[in-house]
Ligand binder design. Structure first.
Ligand code: ZN
Length: 153
């Protein structure tokens, strides 16, 4: 377990597309463990592998209910909408209002390659959308309706 360096804008790796994971081996498990350590150390609720410079479709999320590991995640259903403040460990100090679905269903694999169906509402739905976007080289700033100062609101 180790803390990895979080890549920050304008690091160009953040804008690259990540590749599907095909090997569910020790190397993947180490990456997942390190990503969790890195996310917790940074007080984040989600982290995509690209944010530590690894172009693999791997995401970790913890919105307060324990660690979730998503390999090759795909959004298969969305419902309703929510509008709220969002930030990103790769865009320090930038916060903005983003509208997202309020319910998101995701199909993903676990660290052993088993398929899992995950459902999220509110913050978890937001985290699914935010992290999965990272895997295609996109970031929340593209969707911001207006930037805000969270300390002033
Ligand atoms: Zn992010």
């Amino acid at each position: 377990m180790a803390i990895r360096e979080i890549r920050k804008t304008p690091d160009e790796v953040l804008y690259k597309k990540s590749r599907e994971v095909t090997d569910f081996d020790e190397r993947l498990h180490t990456l997942l463990d390190d990503m969790a350590d890195t996310m917790y150390e940074a007080n984040g609720v989600g982290l995509a592998a690209v944010q530590v410079g690894i172009l693999k479709r791997v995401v970790v999320i913890d919105v307060g209910d324990g660690i979730m590991e998503l390999i090759n995640p795909v959004i298969i259903e969305t419902k309703d909408s929510q509008t709220g403040t969002e930030g990103c460990l790769s865009f320090p100090g930038q916060w903005g209002i983003v509208t997202r679905p309020n319910y998101v269903k995701v199909k993903a694999l676990d660290r052993f390659g088993n398929e899992q169906i995950l459902e999220g509402r509110e913050l978890l739905a937001r985290a699914f959308c935010h992290e999965i976007e990272h895997l295609d080289g996109h970031a929340f700033v593209e969707k911001v309706e207006r930037f805000v100062d969270p300390d002033a609101e």
